[in-house]
Write a protein of this length. Sequence first.
Length: 448
Amino acid sequence: MANVVWHKKLRILLDLTRDDLDHPELPDLWDTVYKTDRFYGRLGVPVSERDLQCGGVCRDMGVEAPMHLRMRGGRREAVHERREDEERHSVPMSDEHKAYQERILRAAHEGGFGGDSEVRTRVGRTWIQTDTLVEGADGRRIGWEVQLSTIDERGLRGVRARAGKAAKNGITPAWHTDRPAYAQRNDTHWTRSDRLPAHVIARNGDLRIVSGFRVLDFWHCDTSALYPCPHGMRRCGKAHATAKPRDVFFDDMVRQTAAGTIVPIQFRAGKAVQRYWVTSADRDRLEDLDSDDTRLPPDRETTPTTGASRNRPTCQPATALSAEQDPTTPAVLLAARPLLTALPLQPAAPAAETASPDLEQRQAPTPQVTDATTGLPTELITLQQAADGAHHRLQQLDDHYEQDLQRQAWRQAAAVVQAAVTHYARTKRLNRYEVEARLRHLVRRTTQ
Ligand SMILES: [Zn+2]
Ligand SMILES: [Zn+2]
């Protein structure tokens, strides 16, 4: 049973707990709908071909679940035709899910924002059901939807439609999960935390978002650039943006989305459009870039966060990684840079970024000095990727002349990475062979 029914023809939701079905503008609605349904029943019209569907969790999950009406002991009831639909209603909310709802509300409250769980927002003749709704600054509303490993994959049907409907009606959808497979979906702006038990989620301690938030690196596509040109050119001379993963605290995410200092964007990486959360300053710079990519977008002051810390930027947008400015860059890399940037094709970093959580971790910290899991400098990783990319390209060529050119490029790239590894191992007093093996393993594991 469910107490919310969707009427297919009238395109309205009926709330059976209310006398007027929550439609005061339509008198005698119950009588009409009920009699019609009984009439269909007498004619033998199958329930699935009538007008009524479950308007509760089934509809929320994008499932069309046929229902019929009945009176029981003077009470109005709607009954699922299929048992599997009925069962969807009896899955209790997990403790983890409840802990998230409480955490969101507490974090919001601490930031001076109100909110509530299981909120129904009226939209014309229907409504939107929100897991936890945070009332942010300037009328901003953030609709948190938590989808944990404790529920079944069917819960993900209709995510795009639900998120789209919320957005259209002034609710910024914020879907959160602990499942890597969900977080990689591109149907809305997913954030993910590690899978944690309820008592940890409920506590005040650090709860991190490990994917879904990015910082944008704005850089100039010239010979000093570390990233490959997203247009696949050698160097196009324009300005580009690269989105780099970064961890944020869950509580900060809740408060800053409410404050409007963290916002959802759609980011084009090659042909793909990806969905991330970024600071509003990064979003503004990206808009500047989109309207004029002949120069680097001007620095924007990070918009203040909430309450007392109005002037303290909590998420400084990263400036483009410049090897010269980075004191940790080994001298050999500085010397080798012209070689590196002259290489034809490096693996396209932004496109690959969302491919695996490992890869995200690898590129997570900013400024990117070392890789979080292996401790290897990211410069080494970039160089190894360049060398592997050059080799890969060589293998794909048929023409002898092109092969010769590409072979030279590959050898140069390989020499650069070898020199860099030697330098790094020597300065850090590490076994050179082991460093190289670790580096190759890391790069090849994450790019395949
Ligand atoms: Zn249902
Ligand atoms: Zn370019």
